[in-house]
Design a protein around this ligand. Structure first.
Ligand code: 13P
Length: 236
């Protein structure tokens, strides 16, 4: 069971260090835990969480090692900081920054080749779900990863229905289970659920047989709320 906190564009280095000091002291149960701060706060998080079991992940990484790619960072740069893995293909990157199934594969392969773990994100939009296309979308997104990435123990998927992100509209445990089973039928790796995970729904979601953890946005920004989610998931 893995609980990952995606901070998105929140917490500069000072706030990140404060949060990580708090997290070190918090009761996070028995789950594996990672945090994904913005790039500028990675060093502070790595430093503050050194000598703990809590991992630090980036939020994306480019497929080239160096080059004229303004605004991007590469896998070796993340490694140099002591970062353990990275998110790839988050729906905000897909929707707002032109990420495609093809670039998700490129980024995933570059990260894996450099020894980073990867949490690759997939999920349907509200209109895709309403049109009955959820399964087709998941098969396309996960299928691209399955076709383009060699078998590895360092790859995890996150199923994040876009309509559930930051909306308070969590998928029901049954919806999550159904989607995770589809993802696993295409690519047999652990699958995290993301989308309005909170302290009061974490236990039920993570008790589903094919839910292997959570990718938490808003509720991961507060130590007590994040630690409570970790403890709740520890029971399942
Ligand atoms: P929320 O938990 O804020 O809905 O965000 C989910 C998410 O996008 C995690 O990557």
């Amino acid at each position: 069971m893995l609980i990952a906190g995606n901070w998105k564009m929140f917490k500069g280095p000072e706030e990140a260090a404060d949060f990580c000091r708090g997290l070190r002291e918090a009761d996070i149960g028995t789950v594996d835990v990672v945090v994904c701060p913005p790039y500028v706060s990675l060093a502070a998080a790595v430093q503050t969480l050194s000598m703990t079991e809590i991992g630090v992940f980036g939020q994306s990484c480019h497929w080239e090692e160096t080059g004229a790619f303004t605004g991007e960072v590469s896998a070796p740069m993340l490694r140099e900081l002591g970062v353990y893995g990275t998110l790839v293909g988050h729906s905000e990157r897909r929707q707002l920054f032109g990420e495609t199934d093809e670039t998700v594969v490129l980024r995933t392969n570059a990260a894996l080749a450099r020894g980073l773990q990867v949490i690759a994100c997939v999920g349907e939009t509200a209109s895709e779900r309403e049109a009955g296309q959820t399964e087709a979308v998941l098969r396309r997104q996960v299928g691209a990863i399955a076709a383009g990435v060699a078998e590895t123990d360092d790859l995890i998927l996150a199923y994040e229905p876009v309509w559930a992100i930051g909306t308070g509209k969590t998928a029901t445990p049954e919806m999550a289970q159904e989607a995770h089973a589809i993802c696993k039928s295409v690519l047999d790796v652990p699958v995290l659920y993301g989308g309005s995970v909170k302290p009061d729904n974490a236990a039920e979601l993570s008790s589903q047989p094919d839910v292997d953890g959570a990718l938490v946005g808003g509720a991961s920004l507060d130590v007590e709320s994040f630690a409570t989610i970790c403890r709740e998931a520890s029971h399942s």
